[in-house]
Design a protein around this ligand. Structure first.
Ligand code: IPE
Ligand code: IPE
Ligand code: MG
Length: 243
């Protein structure tokens, strides 16, 4: 869709990419095929968001709780993440693409990743710090919303022993500091929960759930979510005329 009024668009969209496993199982495929198809879907949606003018996007790729899955599935996801990071660097190097105008941020506890993954993430985030991007892409891996808040509080206490902290202090110390909170959070596969995603930031996010499994989520599905968002009345605790 060609969105004429860019100012009405959500400034920040969060994606809880769910249903990869069910997508694969329904096709008689192993679950890792669903994760591969999910990574491809993410690629398409990142590009579409850039093209329609969304300024901040966050994708939930792997939660702190996802380590409890069978080792074979976790290993498959880790390999897919490595491939994804390598592709991203190729895209950065390819010259003209939108990736050269995208600031990429990895959010989560990155300390657990292997040295190859860490170095790929560092290459990408270092490079994207040198550009003035049109869009910020946050990739949440080994991410947990509660851990993010705890880390922010601990960082504050360490720097300011004995002081009382404010909401602004926390907002300034979380992974998305300096970015607008998500206006819209989309979850696929029919689930209606946050599963520890952007807990602090989602205080006033509009939630949208679709039955579509993430690997099938495409440009038309995102248009439908945005259309739905544009029709909502945001009140932030105030009173206002219904549309
Ligand atoms: C989301 O798809 C991807 C991750 C959580 C890594 P799932 O793997 O949760 O898919 P379902 O929910 O089992 O269908
Ligand atoms: C949330 O999906 C995490 C990601 C999308 C990465 P899950 O499939 O892990 O969430 P639950 O377990 O159904 O709540
Ligand atoms: Mg799931």
């Amino acid at each position: 869709m060609n969105y004429e009024d860019k100012t009405a668009l959500p400034a920040h969209i969060g994606f809880i990419m769910d249903g990869n496993g069910r997508w694969a199982t329904n096709r008689g495929l192993p679950r890792n095929k669903g994760h591969e198809a999910g990574a491809a879907a993410m690629q398409r949606i990142v590009e579409y968001c850039y093209n329609i003018g969304i300024k901040h996007i966050t994708f939930y790729g792997f939660s702190t709780e996802n380590w409890s899955r069978p080792k074979t599935e976790v290993n498959a996801i880790m390999n897919i993440i490595t491939t994804f990071l390598n592709r991203m660097i190729e895209k950065f190097n390819s010259g003209t693409g939108m990736y050269r105008r995208t600031n990429v941020n990895f959010i989560g506890d990155l300390s657990v990743f292997n040295p190859v993954q860490k170095s790929l993430m560092k290459t990408i985030s270092d490079r994207s710090r040198t550009i003035r991007g049109d869009m910020t892409l946050n990739i949440a891996i080994n991410y947990g919303g509660r851990a993010e808040i705890v880390n922010a509080v601990n960082a504050f206490i360490n720097k300011n022993p004995g002081k009382t902290l404010s909401e602004n202090d926390i907002s300034g110390l979380i992974y998305t500091a300096g970015q607008p909170d998500p206006d819209l959070i989309i979850r696929t596969a029919g689930e209606m929960r946050l599963s520890n995603f952007l807990l602090w930031q989602s205080a006033y996010a509009e939630l949208y759930s679709t039955q579509t499994y993430w690997p099938d989520f495409d440009e038309k599905d995102l248009d439908a979510a945005i259309e739905n968002y544009l029709g909502r009345t945001r009140k932030f605790g105030n009173i206002s005329e219904e549309k």
